[in-house]
Design a protein around this ligand. Structure first.
Ligand code: SF4
Ligand code: SF4
Length: 710
């Protein structure tokens, strides 16, 4: 077992973390929607993205302007190239001023440079004053969330911590604990000579830093001590003061579903102050450290520069199914999907190389991101770079690079496996997998079919006078595990007067190779499939698997765009490729007369690619409703089922933990049948759900009035 998998198992054993994070996440989604009432999130985040794109394009110019403007207004600006330089500057400053006590407000940049430990080693007393950060400091842990660092700790744990570390008994009541914290921290504020804060925005035009907080500690840290040090990453720069507004509109809503944080502090230059001994100071010392630490290198990277648009709202963490289970284990200083990318540049490639494996590619974070960052795409790119540098493991090399692109060998392998699985199949279910016993722990998987779909097509009903021809791309799961879905597609299309053609030369869509970071293997499979599919003149190319649709429609053009011979073919194919439910919904008038009412209570599961990439999850719902089904939505329907292709093989326990949440949502709906459009999700949910799990095509096909095509 790899070290990462051991850490995952350890994190999963602490139920408190996932309980707190999932409870927060469920409330967050609803509250965030309310917070955006009357606002257009798409427009707002586009504005944020534009501002940040301008920042990245003009990074050095804006940094120089910021230095000029802030200096003109009495600040001292230091440009730190590395964490070491930033730490040394602060330590030297404290030493030069004879400072003994430092208070800090919440700052991820200071976490990034491991400032506390360094200053403490220099003999300084460093006190975090954000309540969550203070709790984390007292407990000796590291923050588990960008915005809510101690979200994983219970009230009881915090009360016990206070008893141990401060020597004060306190009831595990939030109000009492806050009172205690306030009493303890006030003493520190009044005696500290240096306050250290981060900043959410740094304005080049005016040399202003903006700080958004919910606790008064930010104001106290930045105003009471006579020396204020701001540590701010270069990417927090914006060109103009007015650019703060869209960030203010999005950041609190996306972070904690608040319309605005309790405090918004703009600091422009140095102001008078009073020191802890009551002496009037005509000018407070304001030091601003503009931190690079990998950011310039990131800005120079044509792909990863996108991550510098991040405004650290943490929405991507809030909605990430992996983060909800693992908390801080999914990341280093910065956590979640964005944490993986930042770790690669700010901390080290090796650490990020491990962490990237934890992303199952559900796409949900992209949907919620304040700056429209394609995080799943960036993680895929990181994976490709990891594989280019280190290669893949021997099993993946044999299976993905060796067998998968050799269609006959691959299909021969599947047929042999279908024959050999008999000892482990009971009542039509695979109860134990010889090489992956964890996968069948507490559940039964669908076995490989002894007769794949490709050998069943001759028996499909055919319309007597076809209105057109459609090519069906089945994908491996439908071809070899769920051929019944392919047959259902054939029956529905026949009822609509379409002749279904299943080209023999098609194989795996290649997504497993793409997901594993093997674009070369993926391109080879893309070419094989293109050659097979392009042979036939057809109205459309239909798939009943959203992942295959995404591969054919979006990834083939992307991966073959540099090859003139294939580029045109991929373009033509991409226009014709559609998923089953979208195709049928667009032509529903041709089907509905042939449907008997669907008499089932159905809940619909949103497959990630259907919802977030194809944006087509409304069509199967509409079809089922039009067919007469009683649709009972699960809350929330968009929760990932935890399949993620090879993810379920690599991290079976984690995949199962994510699935558990899905099951709770399904069972809460009171439906007897789960409908979905993805065979991968069917594989995952169907292995544990005691009710029925069916593809939309199967439900429609079962309701056809006539067994044969009209
Ligand atoms: S794609 Fe899904 S699993 Fe990956 S980081 Fe984003 S939300 Fe998390
Ligand atoms: S990546 Fe996007 S969602 Fe995540 S913290 Fe950054 S801005 Fe927020």
């Amino acid at each position: 077992m790899t070290r990462l998998r051991e850490e995952v198992k350890k994190a999963l054993s602490c139920k408190r973390v996932s309980w707190a994070l999932t409870r927060f996440a469920d409330n967050y989604v609803v509250a965030r929607e309310k917070a955006y009432a009357g606002k257009d999130f798409a427009v707002l985040r586009q504005r944020v993205a534009q501002i940040k794109e301008e920042t990245i394009a003009r990074l050095e110019e804006l940094a120089e302007q910021f230095v000029r403007e802030a200096t003109r207004r009495g600040a001292v600006v230091y440009r730190a190239a590395s964490a070491e330089e930033a730490r040394a500057y602060i330590a030297d400053l404290a030493r030069a001023k004879g400072i003994k006590t430092v208070v800090k407000s919440k700052s991820m940049a200071t976490e990034e440079i491991h400032l506390n430990r360094f200053l403490q080693e220099q003999g300084l007393e460093v006190v975090e004053t954000d309540l969550g950060e203070w709790i984390i400091q007292l407990s000796g842990q590291r923050p588990s969330h960008l915005v809510m660092p101690a979200i994983h700790m219970s009230r009881q744990e915090v009360a016990e911590l206070f008893r141990r570390q401060i020597g004060v008994e306190v009831e595990p009541e939030i109000s009492q604990m806050v009172q205690l914290a306030r009493r303890e921290l006030r003493k520190k504020f009044l005696s500290a000579w240096m306050g250290i804060s981060g900043a959410n925005v740094a304005v080049a035009e005016t040399g202003t830093v903006a700080i958004l907080t919910n606790e008064g500690n930010g104001r106290l840290t930045t105003t009471l001590p006579p020396v204020h040090v701001v540590v701010v990453g270069l990417e927090k720069l914006v060109p103009r003061l007015a650019d703060i507004v869209p960030i203010l509109e999005v950041l609190p809503r996306n972070a904690t579903a608040q319309i605005l944080t309790s405090y918004v502090t703009l600091i422009t230059g140095s102001v008078p102050a009073v020191d802890p001994e009551g002496n009037y100071l005509p000018q407070k010392e304001l030091h601003i450290i503009l931190l690079d630490n990998g950011r310039t290198r990131m800005a120079a990277d044509p792909v990863f520069r996108e991550a510098l648009k991040c405004i650290r709202c943490a929405a991507c963490l809030n909605v990430c199914p992996v983060y909800q289970q693992l908390g801080g284990t999914f990341g280093a200083v910065y956590t979640g999907g964005i944490g993986v990318i930042l770790t690669a540049f700010f901390t080290g490639f090796e650490e990020a190389a491990q962490l990237q494996e934890l992303c199952l590619g559900c796409q949900r974070c992209r949907e919620y991101c304040s700056a429209n960052i394609d995080l799943p795409g960036l993680i895929e790119e990181l994976r490709r770079r990891v594989v280019a540098k280190k290669g893949v493991g021997p099993a993946a090399r044999v299976a993905l690079a060796g067998i998968l692109p050799r269609r006959r060998l691959f299909h021969g392998f599947l047929k042999t496996a279908a024959r050999m699985q008999a000892p482990w199949v009971k009542e039509g279910k695979l109860c134990r997998l010889p090489f992956f016993p964890e996968l069948t722990e507490g559940r039964a998987l669908p076995p490989l079919s002894s007769v794949p779909f490709r050998e069943r097509t001759a028996h499909l009903p055919r319309p007597q006078s076809p209105r057109g021809k459609v090519v069906f791309f089945s994908g491996c799961l439908i071809d070899y595990v769920f051929p019944g879905i392919g047959e259902a597609v054939g029956r529905v299309l026949a009822a609509m007067g379409r002749e279904l053609v299943h080209p023999e030369g098609q194989g795996c869509c290649g997504f497993p190779a793409w997901q594993a970071g093997l674009p070369g293997t993926f391109a080879r499979l893309a070419q094989q499939n293109l050659a097979a599919l392009a042979e036939i003149e057809a109205e459309a190319v239909i798939t009943a698997c959203p992942t295959c649709t995404v591969a054919l429609k979006y990834l083939y053009p992307e991966v073959l765009k540099g090859d003139a011979e294939w580029a045109e073919l991929t373009r033509v194919l991409a226009e014709k490729v559609t998923d089953f439910s979208s195709f049928v919904w667009e032509r529903r008038e041709e089907l509905l007369p042939f449907l008997a009412p669907i008499r089932e209570k159905i809940t619909y599961h949103d497959s990630c690619h259907l919802k977030y990439t194809l944006r087509a999850s409304c069509f199967p719902r509409e079809l089922l409703l039009a067919g007469g089904a009683e649709l009972k939505e699960m809350e929330p329907a968009e929760l990932c089922c935890g399949f993620g292709g090879s993810f379920t093989l690599k991290f079976p326990e984690l995949s199962r933990a994510i699935l558990e949440r899905k099951l709770q949502a399904i069972e809460g709906s009171g439906a007897e049948t789960v409908a979905l459009d993805c065979p991968g999700c069917l594989w995952q949910i169907g292995s544990v759900f005691s009710g029925k799990t069916k593809h939309t095509a199967e439900i429609l096909a079962a309701s056809l009035k006539y067994p044969q095509a009209p």
